[in-house]
Design a protein around this ligand. Structure first.
Ligand code: ATP
Ligand code: MG
Length: 570
């Protein structure tokens, strides 16, 4: 597809020029900042599976490191034991590797709990942090508005000794959950609400998947993130736009702990998070879909998760191409899922072998073809890639074709099969329909035709015009397969952004999965899990992991053309 058409489909501009983050890094290198070093990190919280939005962040962080000969760490931001689990840690690592990236260091924010605790005490000693006994509700009621300052906590002026003692006892588990927090003492009148004495530590009496029962106080994201970047020597800490308002706090905490204010310090930069049409992306909502059994699991082929896309038939290359084309924006926008579909079509067009499969079969009987004869016809595996060679497909007197490739009373310009008309059978012969057989209800149960032996391989020796070519399988040779025809999970482009009183669950597409038993050519008998094919004229399909040798299941990755956009035009 030409670039112009692509931007029409997607509403995006593909830019060959470098993005603003690359410009910042180039400038830093030119100025000798960090001694020319570039060190990024990807910091997932292990509280769910990665989705396509994370893939954008992965491609960006690993991509920048690669481009500038730098490093990229994988850091698990595991500061909330209640929601986190090792199951997610393992899944995240697998997804990143599958996408084609290898991290330099593997770290956990929980590895820094001791150091963070020491820094918290340092802040207390400097008079920059205090133990507060207010409940979350009380703090919230006293927080003011951007123009009205917060009411000071009655505990704000505790002595350093008292704070040190209480903080230590918080750590020792003397107090119930929610009864106390450690708060930074910053500015109650700041127009930035995050600077109004934000919480640094809270009490959670829950075992952590890595530190077990060692801790019952856990640092908040804001107190953990910048310091973790600092410990790891991160240079460019890239996050999504909602953290822009946290940046003053990121810098403030670093100011408190750095020995040399002019020495090394990491910097935070923000870019727009990826939003994709016809899906939801927040882990909370994805979890709701899984727990409510609206999908079969995190890797349901309709999920925007990496493992879901993988099972659907997406390749790492297609996802990286997508991340590239989306670019790096500084303002939030919605990317059309048609762009993602475009990327997988581009990739599979080059690599997926073509095969024939009939989804909605009707019998086609060639009356003048010898009974019990079978021919092996040669078919091209991939016209886009001659190196993929050819294969043999069996042909016989009885075939299956798609029901929709026959019409008894066709309109003008119908080039498929109809009484008296000719059509070309892909890789085989030209046939002419003679009559149809119907059941008592008038349904077509078999179509009869004659074939022209001169036209083997689709030849037209006399130069006659046959416009239509249809796919088929030989009925005695065909294998039965299950096809799972997937469509978008939601019926509206922005299920996150719907009418008052409605939920994203009210917009689930009832037809997002249609299961069809189909007939496929016998070469598919040995297809292995995740193997990808183009079913000629139908779309790209991928072998599902639920398959057994006796029962092969194909997931439809995407149709060949974007039928959705057309269908929904009016
Ligand atoms: P969610 O809001 O979906 O639950 P999260 O931001 O809480 O996601 P994290 O595990 O904290 O998920 O994210 C890890 C990294 O991935 C962060 O740097 C985050 O900014 C980035 N990220 C998450 N979602 C997106 C997105 N939609 N687009 C780009 N980057 C994202
Ligand atoms: Mg998060």
């Amino acid at each position: 597809m030409a670039e112009r058409e692509l931007s029409e489909v997607t509403g995006t501009e593909t830019n060959e020029t470098s993005n603003f983050l690359e410009d910042i890094i180039k400038e830093d290198i030119a100025q000798g900042k960090y001694g020319g070093r570039v060190h990024t990190r990807f910091p997932p919280e292990p509280n769910g599976y990665l989705h396509i939005g994370h893939a954008k962040s992965i491609c960006l962080n690993f991509g920048l490191a690669k481009k500038f000969n730098g490093k990229c760490n994988l850091r698990f931001d595991d500061t909330n034991p209640v929601k986190e689990d090792v199951e997610y840690v393992e899944a995240i690592k697998e997804d990143i590797k599958w996408l084609g990236f290898q991290w330099d260091g593997e770290y956990y924010a929980s590895d820094y709990f001791d150091q963070l605790y020491e820094w918290a005490k340092l802040l207390i000693k400097k008079g920059k942090a205090y133990v507060c006994d207010l409940s979350a509700e009380e703090v919230s009621a006293m927080r003011g508005t951007p123009s009205i300052p917060a009411t000071p906590s009655p505990y704000r002026n505790r002595t350093v000794e008292e704070n040190l003692d209480l903080f230590k006892r918080m750590k020792q588990g003397e107090f119930p959950e929610g009864s106390r927090t450690l708060r930074a003492k910053i500015d109650l009148a700041s127009p930035n609400m995050h600077m109004r004495d934000p919480v640094m530590y809270r009490i959670i009496h829950a075992p952590h998947h890595r530190t077990g029962n060692k801790w019952c106080i856990y640092p908040m994201y804001d107190f953990a993130h910048g310091q973790s970047d600092y410990i790891e020597g991160i240079t460019h800490s890239i996050c999504t736009l909602e953290f822009e308002v946290h940046r003053p706090l990121y810098d403030w905490f670093l100011d408190q702990i750095l020995d040399d204010p002019n020495g090394y310090r990491p910097r935070q930069y923000e870019f727009a998070r990826l939003n994709l049409s016809y899906t939801v992306m927040s882990k909370r909502k994805l979890l709701e879909l899984v727990q409510g059994n609206y999908v079969s699991g995190w890797d349901d082929p309709r999920m925007p998760t990496i493992c879901g896309l993988r099972r659907r038939g997406y390749t790492p290359e297609s996802i990286r191409m997508f991340a590239d084309k989306v670019g790096v924006a500084r303002r939030d926008n919605l990317i059309d899922v048609a762009l993602l579909e475009y990327c997988i079509r581009e990739d599979l067009n080059k690599r997926a072998p073509r095969v024939m499969c009939v989804l909605d079969p009707v019998k086609l009987i060639i009356d003048n073809y010898p009974d019990n004869q079978t021919e092996e016809l040669e078919a091209i595996n991939n016209p886009e890639d001659p190196a993929q060679g050819t294969r043999k497909i069996p042909f016989s007197k009885e075939l299956y074709i798609e029901r929709s490739d026959f019409m008894e009373n066709p309109p003008k310009n119908y080039f498929r099969l109809s009484p008296g008309q000719e059509v070309r059978l892909r890789y085989a012969y030209i046939v002419r329909c003679t009559h149809v057989e119907k059941d008592a209800q008038g349904n077509v149960i078999a179509i009869h035709c004659t074939y022209d032996p001169q036209t083997r391989g689709g030849n037209t020796p006399d130069g006659r015009k046959v416009k239509g070519t249809i796919h088929w399988v030989s009925s005695p040779h065909a294998i039965q397969v299950e096809t799972r025809l997937y469509d978008r999970l939601f019926t509206v482009p922005e299920p996150d952004n719907v009418e008052e009183g409605k939920s994203f669950l009210d917009y689930l597409n009832p037809n997002s999965l249609v299961v069809v038993q189909a007939f496929a050519e016998p070469s598919l008998r040995n297809a292995h899990v995740e193997e990808k094919f183009q079913f000629e004229r139908l779309g790209y399909f991928c072998v599902d992991k639920d398959s057994t040798p006796e029962h092969i299941i194909f997931n439809r990755t995407v149709t060949l053309k974007d039928s959705w956009a057309k269908q929904n035009k009016n």
